[in-house]
Design a protein around this ligand. Structure first.
Ligand code: KG4
Ligand code: ZN
Length: 339
């Protein structure tokens, strides 16, 4: 079965073709980063309009690159939520209309389930059951993934998502949008001296009490206060020192909670998903943890950590194989949708 996946929930337009037997056939991605950079964040209306402009040319490019024609497609999977309502509507109306025109099934995919399964695009594939750590710009969640579609939320952030905290700290340090990767680069950077791990010690929020919930908004305030206290040194080294202190606290907090969740559930496999999963320090921390626990950790390829069409095609394909599909031609999106 050949499934076309469409992703348009935020500021990336993604399309991909996934085949149930042959795996990923191809994917194409258009990032709107440059469009939103001047505003320091995603402008929803501009995002929707750009998806409208880019989706069809991107699909044509994918079809031509993979020497596929529309008639080869057996089903269409699209992100139906959560995300920006207007942006979601572009992909949903496009996907459902195309499916209707081709007389093929369509399936609504949950964006976070797409992220959760993105590591399955790589080999070796994680098998169910596993602990999922979803770390994106909008979510920080720990999930017990028991089987396809059977996910139990174990803990989540009570305020900012970890990606959001990376972005806000980066903005405060004057780094360009999108801040997460920039802050991480600054933390690792060897500009003059590398960020001096240990100069500032940031708190590890909510690790001193039981439970698997997170809170990242306090780290932003802590970073801001540290910055103000040392403003006389306002230089790149101070910024690098704050960047590494923030990143270390965020990574260690996530690692502590993963250890706790693995102990609590008895699960031996950890699957990381979402944009922050591309962070090298997090990858190192979680690799060390799972080695210590004699378990396994799986990360998607970096390109499939952030939003993309391949994870939507993959997730849609797995559900279609279980004969799930949209039951009518209504176009619905769910900007707030729990997994
Ligand atoms: O999953 P994603 O592409 O979009 C959402 O669904 O939110 O995640 C984007 C988030 C942003 O907050 C971005 O700053 C963060 O992931 N991110 C990173 C890195 N790469 C992306 N954060 C830290 N280090 C990175 N290398
Ligand atoms: Zn995402």
């Amino acid at each position: 079965m050949l499934v076309l996946g469409i992703e348009s929930s935020c500021d990336d337009t993604g399309v991909a073709l996934y085949h149930s037997e042959h795996g990923l056939i191809g994917h194409a991605l258009y990032s709107q980063t440059a469009l939103h950079a001047q505003y320091g964040g995603v402008v929803p209306e501009l995002a929707s309009r750009d998806h409208v402009r880019k989706l069809l040319p991107l699909l044509n490019q994918l079809l031509s690159d993979t020497k596929t024609v529309l008639a080869d497609i057996d089903a269409i999977a699209y992100t139906a939520g959560p995300g920006l309502a207007g942006a979601l509507l572009v992909g949903a109306s496009f996907g459902k209309s195309l499916a209707f025109a081709l007389n093929k099934p369509a399936i609504a995919v949950h964006h976070m389930e797409g992220h959760l399964l993105a590591a399955m695009l790589s080999s070796p594939k994680p098998e169910f059951p596993f602990l999922g750590l979803l770390v994106s710009g909008g979510h920080t969640q720990l999930m017990a993934a028991k089987a396809l579609g059977d996910y139990e939320l174990l803990g989540e952030t009570l305020d900012d998502a970890v990606g959001e905290a990376f972005d806000k700290n980066a903005k405060m340090l004057g780094l360009p949008y999108p801040g997460g990767p920039e802050l991480s680069r600054l933390a690792q950077s060897s500009i003059k001296k590398p960020g001096t791990k240990g100069r500032f010690k940031f708190p590890h929020p909510m690790t001193d009490r039981p439970g698997l919930d997170f809170s990242f908004s306090g780290l932003k305030t802590f970073a801001l206060n540290t910055y103000h206290q040392h403003q006389d040194e306002n230089n790149i080294q101070l910024k690098a020192d704050i960047a590494i202190a923030f990143q270390t606290a965020a990574v260690e907090t996530l690692t502590i909670k993963c250890r706790r969740a693995l102990n609590q559930t008895g699960l031996k496999r950890l699957v990381v998903a979402g944009g922050v999963g591309a962070n090298t320090a997090l990858r190192v921390g979680l690799n060390n943890l799972l080695t210590e626990l004699n378990g396994e950790v799986f990360f998607p390829e970096s390109i499939f950590c952030t939003d993309n069409g391949a994870m939507i095609a993959y997730a849609g394909c797995q559900h279609l194989l279980l004969r799930k599909q949209d039951q009518n031609h209504t176009i619905s999106v769910y900007p707030r949708w729990t997994l």
